[in-house]
Design a protein around this ligand. Structure first.
Ligand code: 9MR
Length: 570
């Protein structure tokens, strides 16, 4: 992994208007400009294809690798984005639909990075995004056969986990030891957190639920690829099995997290020595666990040979729910001796709604319906601490959907609003703020649009979801393709411990970085300046935990988005 480099970061700050070296269009040489923003992975043959120009040009052309002009067009009107502080105009080449490699040429001097048009544009990025979960498995060796240059020894067997005093109970007193193996590391750190695992695991199962045929045919080369379960469900099972160990089945309570006291350094997982603890049972963990397990039981009951575990998921979900009812106000706060991720949430109405929705769909018990009706809030963009829309999605796509017609209307009203925001936006996205993990908000809005498409078969939803993917893959204000291992300008120095410590130059592939925001401007020290425009405030340095970390809950919507578009573009 490259060392953090201050010159590199300073260069980035001033690079927004800089021109890069030549692209290879012949017979004429053009200079690549990052003011011609494109999806650097690929565009579908059928569907929307456009670049965004930050240049004053009224015409553009699409040239093939030999320099021949294959399409000419006019650019659209300027649109401004307050979040990026700049303006763009559209260069639309949707009408051109021949697969191949091209570039956009402007003013007869400047060109874009290569524009790829393909029948199956997101196969590789979708596979890599799912494979990233395998790379982040906590307890097992990543074998060379599957992990290539990113193979590594196993770490964190988590067979010896100490009960922290915040989690002590009569049967498991402080300092007693339990085993809690498996699951994924949460992010660039090595800890495992139930709240974040819940939404992540749900989103991957939703990807399967929406696109079963696509996932049945998808092989991402993991140790379980040869069994008869789709790889995405094998991956999910690794985490579900770990989640089960996070429940104290004596009382149904679910520990909030399994963690070291402080974050480990940038060392390989097999080198770490710090003790791991089970910390605090929380209401949010119990409800997210209940929701995820209830959905898992519906998914796995129809999977070959998985009926037994499916009914276990259901029982455990109910057990967690009962605990939450008895302990509705166990809001998690880090104990004074623990400094790792807190995942603090003081408003749990949405968690009650989500868990009640999943349990109602799984059991048919009207008591849960009564709770969900009472706790319904407005549709919004899902996040680890904002989960009511996950309940909406499950209800309106279920076999009980006719009981929830008004929820479907509310849902589509919200998604239609997102589409309007996309049309008005200079960067063709619906986000109105840049949060920590802003890229996952873009991806999750793409997920909402894809669900809209599944419900209605109306192409407009899919087109707007495609815009979200285009943004993530390079058509954004930083000109980065935000997925490791993809694009011409790609993150190299992610805040991810194995990528930082493995001695391999390239980061582990398939990870979506958190992306721009201005929440913590000095994570690399005061001497490293970032843009004050939120949508440009991203830096490819390992120290930038606030913009350049990766996380399982950010990758899951990328998997769904790429898989769904892949499944439907052809
Ligand atoms: O995704 C989380 C973000 O919403 C919070 O603002 C941020 C600070 O509390 O934490 C993020 O989650 C991190 C977690 O606490 C620890 N593992 C890495 C996660 C991604 O940064």
């Amino acid at each position: 992994m490259k060392k953090n480099n201050i010159y590199y970061s300073l260069f980035f700050v001033f690079a927004t208007t800089m021109l890069w070296s030549c692209c290879s269009s012949k017979p004429k040489e053009y200079v690549v400009s990052e003011d011609i923003l494109i999806n650097q992975v690929a565009y579908p043959v059928q569907g929307n294809k456009y670049a965004l120009l930050r240049l004053d040009a009224s015409d553009f052309s699409l040239n093939d690798a030999d320099g021949n002009i294959v399409f000419k067009g006019k650019t659209g009107p300027w649109k401004k984005w307050d979040l990026s502080g700049d303006s763009t105009r559209i260069a639309d080449f949707s009408k051109f639909s021949t697969a191949g490699e091209y570039s956009i040429v402007v003013n007869d001097t400047l060109c874009s990075y290569p524009v790829v048009i393909s029948e199956r544009p997101y196969d590789s990025v979708g596979k890599a995004a799912l494979k990233a979960f395998y790379y982040n498995r906590s307890n097992m060796e990543i074998e060379e056969k599957y992990g290539k240059e990113w193979s590594r020894k196993g770490g964190h067997s988590d067979t010896v986990v100490y009960i922290h005093k915040s989690a002590a109970s009569a049967s498991r007193p402080e300092g007693s030891v339990i085993s809690s193996s498996g699951g994924w590391y949460d992010a660039g750190d090595y800890n495992k957190y139930i709240v974040n695992s819940g939404i992540t695991t749900y989103t991957l199962m939703l990807s399967y639920f929406l696109n079963p045929e696509y996932h049945h045919n998808l092989n991402v080369s993991i140790p379980e690829s040869e069994n008869d379960i789709p790889d995405i469900l094998d991956e999910v099972l690794c985490n579900l099995n770990w989640m089960l160990t996070m429940q104290d089945f004596k009382d149904g309570g679910v520990y909030h997290k399994l963690t070291t006291k402080n974050f480990d350094g940038f060392i390989m997982p097999d080198q770490v020595t710090a003790k791991r603890y089970m910390v605090g049972k929380s209401t949010s963990a119990a409800l997210d666990f209940a929701a995820t397990m209830a959905f898992a039981s519906r998914i796995f009951k129809d999977v070959n040979g998985q009926q037994k575990i499916a009914s276990q998921f259901k029982e455990r979900a109910q057990l967690a729910w009962e605990w939450a009812k008895l302990n509705p106000n166990n809001y998690f706060l880090n104990p004074s001796d623990i400094t790792t991720g807190e995942y603090k949430d003081t408003s749990l109405v949405d968690e009650w709604f989500w868990a009640a929705s999943e349990l109602y769909l799984t059991t048919g018990n009207a008591d849960y319906k009564e709770v969900l009706v009472r706790n319904k809030e407005k549709v919004n963009t899902p996040k680890w601490d904002v989960v009511n829309t996950l309940g909406f999605i499950s209800l309106i796509t279920s076999d009980k959907a006719e009981e929830f017609v008004s929820l479907q209307e509310e849902y589509l009203d919200f998604v239609n609003l997102l589409l309007l925001q996309d049309q008005q936006s200079a960067y063709s996205v619906s986000v109105g703020e840049m949060a920590w993990g802003s890229n996952s908000d873009v991806a999750n809005q793409g997920v909402l649009k894809q669900v809209g498409y599944n419900l209605t078969q109306d192409e407009k939803y899919q087109r707007s979801a495609q815009n979200d993917l285009d943004y993530l893959l390079g058509r954004n204000a930083t000109a980065y393709c935000f997925v490791t291992g993809f694009g011409n300008k790609t993150p190299m120095n992610i805040h991810h411990r194995p990528s930082g410590a493995d001695g391999v130059d390239k980061p582990v592939p398939g990870f979506l970085v958190g992306g721009p925001n201005i929440i913590v401007l000095n994570d690399c020290g005061d001497e490293v300046q970032r843009s004050l425009f939120p949508a440009k405030s991203y830096i490819d340095m390992q120290c930038s935990f606030s913009t350049n970390e990766i996380a399982i809950n950010w990758n899951a919507p990328l998997v769904l988005l790429a898989s769904s578009i892949n499944a439907h573009v052809n």
